[in-house]
Every structure is written in structure tokens, then in C-alpha cells.
Ligand binder design. Structure first.
Ligand SMILES: Nc1nc2c(ncn2[C@@H]2O[C@H](COP(=O)(O)OP(=O)(O)OP(=O)(O)O)[C@@H](O)[C@H]2O)c(=O)[nH]1
Ligand SMILES: [Mg+2]
Ligand SMILES: [Zn+2]
Length: 399
């Protein structure tokens, strides 16, 4: 079960002594001596599929406190603090005599990186897109999907995650104006964000992504429906692992073919996470817009007035740059819009934190979830065999 090389093949980081590279993980492992580490490869409403190596995963049960509805007023575990695809968890084997129980997750290991977005709804919510990833491939078609403003939005969400973004432009074989599209992304290239244009159906073309698929690393594919995420996945895997779907002829939009996230080990030793297409990309409120638009931030430092609002003030360096053709006015407008959105989300986040603190007065003193005593063996009615994959439901499919 604790075969390190199998775990390593799905991204388990080891230090030079062969121990888990993250010190906090070693401590939690000691707290649960009979549990084994595993990686979440699929997430469903009814539970998780985890893997301990590159072979198929097995269904496990989630801890009882993750099964309750997340109400911040009642202090329940927020959804983004429950495991998601890419997370490492500790799993307690079901007792030998309890043939009907599944193994159960008992701890979530702290994330090295986390890609999140704000979730739709009345109350503030975050949604984890993927955890413990090194690279985020922001996939965008060179057809009518092409949208530099959406790419900027993705980059903002990724910026605080700890993962490196790479923009992947697909449908190179079908594009009319590749130089024009690359020109529209020139400001991103200036921010050291790599941009690669590929034919997602062609293995030689897709090989340009290999620098971000080194053994032991994990990459996630994000982008709108129909952008070619699953096509890229299949080409990188070398088989039709994921279903793909033609875009609608009328407007070239995708049909939401992928309905749940899946982590897939590649021959190269890297892992790839395919995700359902996302329509809405709300900031969480934790992003730093100025840092992510450092070109605009640097220009703003040259405005005559420190509190310049870049509207009609004299000596405004940003307006001058726009007039000189050095700054794309659409990029600046997006910067302003994203700053407003992030500020709005940050207010809601602060409110949620206050509510959560009020609902759990001892929160600071309570042991972390991972340090709670292991569960008692669950009492279960006889039923299905334990090693069964849960029904695929699209509750975790995107909007
Ligand atoms: N010619 C060509 N077709 C592509 C390319 N990339 C994707 N396609 C096609 O675009 C369509 C949509 O691709 P998918 O891989 O299903 O898109 P997706 O991003 O996974 O979409 P969702 O699962 O709905 O989020 C399919 O018909 C693909 O064959 C490309 O680089 N060249
Ligand atoms: Mg897909
Ligand atoms: Zn100004």
C-alpha cells in the first residue's frame, strides 16, 4: 500500500531521504499510523475516487463532517476545505471483518498549491478547481473562442495559487490569423507568461508542452467548453481516454462534453487533470490585481498625482500610454473591472469569515481537521461490495 514508487508516479513528492517532502505531511502521517496516503483522482457528490499509483482508483468514503451541507453560519467545513481532485488525503482501511464498508478519508494533507474560483450563489463560496498542481494550461481556441480578456481573468485567478500558468492556443490548424492573435497577447508575453499555439490533435505539435510535463509534476487544463482540453488530454495520453465533442456549428461553442474532473497519469511520469468547461470565472477576493497587471501598475507609478484615477487628471501616464498605442485600452478596462470584482468579493469573504468565527467560537483552539482522532469503524447495513466505483454524476460538472 505504501509503495513509494507507485505514489511517486502520481506526484507524491519525496525528499532526498525518501521521506514525504512536505514536513507538515510527515507529522500528519505520524498521527494516523494505520492510514495510507492516496490522491483524489475523481470527485463526486457521493464520495471520492482515490489512487495509490498509476492504475485505476478506488471509491472511498468522505469524513462525516464533509458530508454535511456547508453552512458558514453553522460553522461547517467550507467546500473548498474539503478534498478536491489533485488533493492528497490519508485513508483509513475498512476493518477486515466489515466487508461492506469502504475505506474512509481521515485527513486532508495541506495543499502545495490550489486553483480556486468564486462560486455562483447568494452566499460567498469558493470552489476548488484543482489542488497540488504545478502548471495550469489555460486552453483557448484560435477560433471564435479566442478572447484575451478571458485569458487575463484566468491568469488573475491562477496568480496567487502557487502554480505556473501557460497559455495554450488550440486549433492552430484551423486558424486564419495566428500572428494577429499572438499580437493581441503581447502584453502577457511581456509578463513572462509562456504562450504556445498547437494543433491539439497532433502529437508532434503538442510536444511543445513537454517542458511542463516533467516526471512527478501535475498540470491542469482549464478553459471554456469546446476549447480542446480533452482533445489535448487524449493526445498527451496517446489514447481516447476522455470523450470529446464537436463544437456547435452555429456559434462554435462547446457542448459541455466533460462533466467531472479527472486526474490521469501520463507515460512521461507527469499527471494531467482534465476539467469541465467553465463559463463563469469569478474572483475569490484573494487575488492581487495590481501584481497580476504589473505593466499597468508600473505605468500608474508615473502619474503626476499619487491618487490618480486615470480619468481626466493631467499628467496621467496610463492615458498617455494608451494614446501612444503602448497600452491596449481593452486590457486597461479589464484591469479596472477585475479590480472592482476582486474588491466586491473581498468584502463578501470578510463577511463570511466573521460569520464563521461567530459560529465556531473555539475555532482557534480546536485541533485541525487532520489531527482529530481516527473515526470509529462505521456501522453500515450490508449492501454493495466495497471496491465499487461510484456512479458518475455531473453535480461537479461546471456551469
Ligand atoms: N482541428 C482541430 N480541432 C480541435 C483542436 N482542438 C480541439 N478540437 C476539436 O474541438 C472539439 C472540442 O474539443 P474537446 O476536447 O471536446 O473540448 P473540451 O475543452 O474538452 O470541451 P468540454 O469538455 O465541453 O469542456 C472537438 O471536436 C475537437 O476535435 C485542434 O487543435 N484542431
Ligand atoms: Mg472536455
Ligand atoms: Zn493616471
Amino acid at each position: 500500500m505504501n509503495d513509494n514508487s507507485a505514489l511517486q508516479a502520481i506526484g507524491w513528492p519525496l525528499d532526498e531521504h525518501g521521506r514525504p517532502a512536505v514536513a507538515a505531511w510527515r507529522e500528519i502521517l505520524e498521527d494516523f499510523p494505520t492510514a495510507y496516503p492516496a490522491r483524489v483522482v475523481e470527485q463526486h457528490r457521493t464520495g471520492y475516487v482515490v489512487a495509490v499509483g498509476p492504475e485505476d482508483g478506488v471509491a472511498v468514503e468522505s469524513p462525516p463532517h464533509w458530508q454535511r451541507a456547508p453552512s458558514y453560519r453553522k460553522g461547517a467545513t467550507p467546500t473548498e476545505q474539503r478534498a478536491g481532485v489533485g488533493d492528497w488525503v490519508l485513508v483509513e482501511p475498512a476493518p477486515e471483518d466489515a466487508i461492506v464498508t469502504k475505506d474512509q478519508i481521515v485527513a486532508l494533507l495541506p495543499r502545495r498549491t490550489a486553483i480556486k474560483r468564486g462560486a455562483a450563489g447568494e452566499h460567498y463560496k469558493q470552489q476548488l478547481i484543482a489542488a497540488n498542481v504545478d502548471t495550469v494550461f489555460v486552453v483557448c481556441g484560435l477560433d471564435s473562442d479566442f478572447n484575451p480578456r478571458r485569458i487575463e481573468r484566468y491568469l488573475l485567478l491562477i496568480s496567487g495559487s502557487g502554480a505556473v500558468p501557460v497559455v495554450v492556443l488550440t486549433k492552430l490548424d484551423q486558424a486564419d490569423d495566428v500572428p494577429g492573435s499572438l499580437e493581441a497577447l503581447i502584453d502577457l508575453a511581456a509578463q513572462d507568461v509562456p504562450v504556445r499555439a498547437v494543433n491539439a490533435l497532433d502529437p508532434d505539435s503538442v510536444a511543445s508542452l513537454n517542458p511542463w510535463l516533467r516526471p512527478g509534476t501535475t498540470a491542469v487544463l482549464v478553459g471554456s467548453s469546446g476549447a480542446g482540453k480533452s482533445t489535448l488530454t487524449n493526445t498527451l495520453v496517446g489514447s481516447e481516454r476522455m470523450k470529446t465533442g464537436a463544437v456547435r456549428e452555429s456559434d462554435e461553442r462547446g457542448r459541455h462534453t466533460t462533466t467531472h474532473r479527472a486526474l490521469i497519469p501520463l507515460e512521461s511520469g507527469a499527471c494531467l487533470i482534465d476539467t469541465p468547461g467553465m463559463r463563469e470565472l469569478k474572483p475569490t477576493g484573494e487575488e492581487d490585481v495590481a501584481e497580476n497587471f504589473s505593466d499597468i501598475d508600473a505605468l500608474g507609478a508615473n502619474c503626476r498625482f499619487r491618487d490618480c484615477r486615470h480619468a481626466s487628471e493631467p499628467g496621467c501616464a496610463i492615458r498617455a500610454a494608451i494614446e501612444d498605442g503602448k497600452l491596449d485600452p481593452r486590457r486597461f478596462a479589464n484591469y479596472v473591472k477585475l479590480q472592482e470584482e476582486v474588491a466586491g468579493a473581498a468584502d463578501k469573504l470578510a463577511e463570511r469569515k466573521t460569520q464563521h468565527a461567530a459560529a465556531t467560537p473555539n475555532a482557534a483552539a480546536a485541533p485541525p481537521a487532520s489531527a482529530r482522532p481516527a473515526r470509529k469503524p462505521a456501522e453500515k447495513a450490508p449492501g454493495k461490495p466495497s471496491r465499487q466505483r461510484p456512479r458518475i454524476d455531473d453535480d461537479y460538472g461546471e456551469d
